[in-house]
Design a protein around this ligand. Structure first.
Ligand code: GCB
Length: 862
């Protein structure tokens, strides 16, 4: 090489690296925000939603309409020769963008990105006004129509400004700037890779140079390609190459390659635009008999679904929360996640690539389909955008096309046969379109659909459309019997032997305030959640043909239509809405992680109340070892671990006990406090007695630290109820009433109750006491409005128009207590009475009409 040439190359190199590359910066801060029809403005930062609070205030009534964001943005003079874009990672759900009052673009759909070029409408060297209207109104033509999650409105993901040369890679359009890297053929020896891109050349008659560099997982450049593009026209290009002995991507080794593409001005060496993407090399298949294979190796897909919202934030969460969530999922030992029920933040997929989590991502076509061209078109566009934008992520293996699309149809009783058939027809037609579009855009991944437990999916033929079927199965919750899971799966497998099967959702609701040693469906206890997950995991592990399973859900999430033990929250999370783990999270860790792990369950069950020393306390330890030792104070016990669980049945004296569990390497400790029920009455001067009446579970009040213990029948010398039965609402499986109780955070305490109760008795000694009684009228038809219009006879027949007297030790202290009349339904009512007794307390409930009831009782010695 001659010296002059050498110098020339060095110069180019220096100019190229020092010149302006693509500028990408967030413009999240300082937007003036206003809801339509509102006078109020406030300054907000993006990510932002206007529903972070109101979606949790009142059933189904959060604001759905238009929000307007406005900001001035100074555009420098020297951007005149550049192209300027605004990129939205996601705004829910219809967005219209104006620059200096001119419309620059509109986008439909709340979960995919979009980019608009602003250049033509900008004033350079001046302030420009950007106005963004976002609308989350219910719209019959835009999926999702309805679902068990909130459609929080707003610009809830980052906005970026992107500045490139006039000649640049394509940014506007469905792919929102992603140039696809395909890996159609991968083996251990070789990966065939192709980049498909498009260059937009808005500056006239210029030649340019395309330079592509590919680097391996360790950062060394393995391909270097450069091509002069003559008098470049707008145009597509592709670059194909092979990687020998590729370092494969997998959950254990999430190896990522990087591709960097630059457009260079051949005269000045200036980089006009640059693009960078990661990709990975891996192959996989779903075998209907043998399960899922990644890079030729069998792998059971185990993990969770994940919604994108967080306590007090709605869906407007910082990227750090996305990362934390997926890190927690990875740390739990999972290898699989489903981004139910919509494409999530672009960072999510980047994080899954890096962590090595296999992904099912889907479009929000859920519960129902509108039989309109516009709805079908929007659904298909969402799938196009999802696939084109997320194409390069090796973590993604499934493109989801629909979730439980017949659920409304099955549960809407007033729908005529003809309407039902029309719904089925339009849903099947849409499924076919979505499937065709998916395959058109991507032949390497599998399509998948999630079904609810109903044969209509089979008989309608819709289940034959995708490559893989996911069943959302809630045995032991919405339908009876945990053990029915395996039977259901085996029947499906026998009937449709060529269909690869997954469980796409499963799991009961749980509340970390609710604890019991005797778990039952619908009691919302952590113990029942654990029992159910253990059973599901075992049943899936036993079946080789099952590809895997995804728990519903990684975290509790907002759903304004729900009234479980925490109103407006779906509580099936393995962790709370604020990501505080429940016991079951650690159970998965014990089953799925290889490093020694030991965990004593019961973080929220510190205080235990057995009857006496003969009433054993069961300590549950999760571990992945074969045997675990538990040290209880100074004694040591050993137990074998079965399916990740070692059980220790202990008979412990009253007081504090230190528990230390170990498998020899890992260890975990916790303290428990034991108090015998038999002593509560005698020791009333030291501790109040608090009873969660009408239920077998303990309730822990997170604010006061009090435990309301499970109810018991009265026995002489002790305390408890006399007569009545546990209240159960007819239509509900839930114990008590699954309703939002007004005026309290302790809903479960008021939701469960004893009806027809005759008395509550405490065999206490002489003294002065305070008795607090907790009530809530559960019946819906006992509203205050209609009560005065009813005759006495009518009133008697209506449950809830109950009226009873409260007598303590023979004296009537409240006559004609009518909860519906005096407080309204579902209102937390607490009445405290001060009394003196010579011996014993008997609270009697005397019915005047309807049945008496009681939700909770507290006795304090004054
Ligand atoms: C389902 C739905 C999901 C719900 C879940 C539940 O099957 O697909 O969106 O949240 O059940 O908790 O009921």
């Amino acid at each position: 090489m001659k010296i002059s040439n050498y110098l020339f190359i060095v110069l180019i190199f220096i100019t190229a690296t020092t010149s302006a590359q693509r500028l990408v910066k967030t413009v999240n801060a300082g937007w003036e925000f206003q809801l339509e029809n509102s006078e109020n403005t406030q300054v907000v930062n993006i990510p932002h939603t206007w529903n972070a609070q109101d979606a949790f205030e009142d059933d189904k009534s959060y604001f759905r309409g238009k929000g307007i964001y406005k900001r001035q943005i100074f555009i420098p003079e020297n951007w005149k020769d550049q192209a300027v874009f605004l990129k939205f990672e996601g705004a829910n759900q219809h967005t219209k963008v104006f620059v200096n009052n001119a419309v620059v673009g509109e986008h439909t759909g709340g979960y995919t990105g979009f980019i608009f070029e602003l250049s033509k409408n900008l004033k350079f060297g001046e302030e420009n006004v950007v106005r963004i209207e976002v609308d989350n109104s219910h719209n019959l033509d835009i999926p999702p129509l309805e679902a068990d999650f909130n459609f929080y409105g707003g610009i809830y993901r980052d906005i970026e400004m992107i500045v490139t040369g006039k000649t640049h890679f394509k940014l506007e359009g469905e792919a929102a700037g992603t140039m696809q890297v395909h890996t159609p053929k991968v083996s251990e020896e070789m990966a065939e890779v192709s980049l498909y891109g498009e260059i937009i050349n808005t500056s006239a008659n210029k030649n340019s140079r395309l330079k592509i560099e590919v680097s391996g997982p360790d950062g060394t450049i393995i391909k270097d390609f450069s091509k002069n593009l003559k008098r470049l026209q707008d145009g597509k290009f592709s670059y194909e190459f092979e990687i020998e002995d590729p370092e494969l991507w997998s959950p254990e080794n999430p190896n990522l390659y990087n591709l960097q593409a630059n457009i260079i001005d051949p005269d000045s060496g200036e980089i006009l635009d640059s693009y960078s993407t990661n990709f990975g090399c891996r192959w996989f298949e779903a075998d209907p008999k043998k399960g899922f294979f990644l890079n030729g190796q069998p792998i059971k897909l185990i993990g969770a679904n994940r919604h994108q919202d967080f306590e007090n934030m709605g869906n407007a969460v910082p990227n750090a929360i996305h990362r934390k969530d997926y890190q927690m999922i990875k740390d739990m030992g999972a290898n699989f996640i489903r981004t139910a029920h919509y494409p999530q933040d672009p960072d999510v997929y980047r994080i899954c690539d890096e962590l090595g989590l296999l992904v099912w991502t889907e479009v929000p076509v859920i519960n129902d389909v509108t039989d309109s061209e516009a709805y079908h078109e929007n659904a298909v566009n969402m799938q196009r955008e999802q696939i084109l934008q997320l194409y390069n992520h090796p973590s993604i293996v499934f493109w989801g096309i629909m979730n439980e699309i017949f659920i409304r149809l099955v549960f809407t009783s007033e729908m005529s046969e003809a309407d039902k058939n029309a719904k089925i027809k339009t849903s099947v037609a849409l499924a076919k379109k979505l499937e065709a579009e998916t395959k058109k855009l991507d032949t390497t991944r599998l399509s998948v659909m999630a079904l609810h437990e109903n044969d209509l999916y089979n008989t309608s033929g819709i289940a034959d459309i995708p490559d893989v079927i996911g069943w959302n199965l809630y045995f032991g919750w919405y339908t009876q019997g945990l053990e029915n899971l395996g039977k259901f799966l085996d029947t499906q497998h026998e009937k449709y032997p060529n269909r690869p099967l997954l469980i796409s959702e499963y799991g009961p609701g749980s509340d970390s305030r609710i604890q019991t040693n005797d778990p039952k469906p619908w009691d919302f206890s952590e113990a029942y959640q654990l029992k159910s997950h253990v059973s599901y995991l075992n049943q899936v592990m036993e079946r080789d043909y099952m590809l895997g399973m995804a728990a519903w859900n990684f975290a509790d999430f907002g759903s304004s239509g729900r009234q479980d033990s925490r109103p407006f929250i779906n509580q099936k999370g393995l962790v709370n809405f604020n990501r505080e783990p429940k016991d079951v999270y650690y159970y998965y860790k014990a089953r799925l992680t290889p490093e020694d792990f030991v965990y004593i369950a019961g973080k929220n069950y510190e205080k235990q109340y057995p009857q006496d020393e003969s009433d054993v306390i069961v300590i549950t330890v999760f571990s992945n070892s074969e045997e675990v030792k538990l040290k209880v104070d100074n004694a040591e016990f050993t137990s074998e671990v079965e399916n990740g669980i070692a059980l220790f049945e202990l008979s412990l004296p009253e007081g504090k006990h230190q528990l230390i569990a170990t498998d020899g390497t890992a260890s975990h400790s916790r303290e428990i406090k034991v108090k015998f029920r038999k002593n509560l009455v005698a020791e009333i001067d030291q501790n109040a007695i608090l009873v969660n009446v009408g239920t077998h579970v303990n309730f822990f009040d997170e604010i006061t630290g009090e435990t309301w213990i499970s109810d018991q029948e009265y026995k002489e010398g002790s305390f408890g109820y006399v007569g009545g039965s546990v209240y159960q609402k007819n239509s509900s499986k839930f114990q008590g009433t699954a309703s939002d109780i007004q005026g309290t955070e302790n809903d479960p305490l008021f939701q469960t109750m004893r009806e027809g109760i005759e008395a509550y008795k405490f065999d206490v000694e002489k003294g002065k006491y305070r008795v607090s009684l907790l009530f809530a009228e559960p019946e819906y038809n006992a509203s205050q409005e209609n009560i005065y219009n009813l005759s006495e006879a009518e009133k008697k027949d209506i449950p809830g128009l109950r009226n009873f007297d409260i007598k303590i030790n023979g004296k009537t202290l409240s006559g004609d207590l009518n909860l519906a009349r005096d407080y309204g339904r579902l209102q937390a009512v607490e009445i405290s009475y001060q009394i003196k007794t010579d011996a014993g307390i008997e609270i009697e409930f005397e019915e005047n009409s309807g049945k008496a009831l009681l939700s909770g009782i507290k006795l304090e010695k004054l």
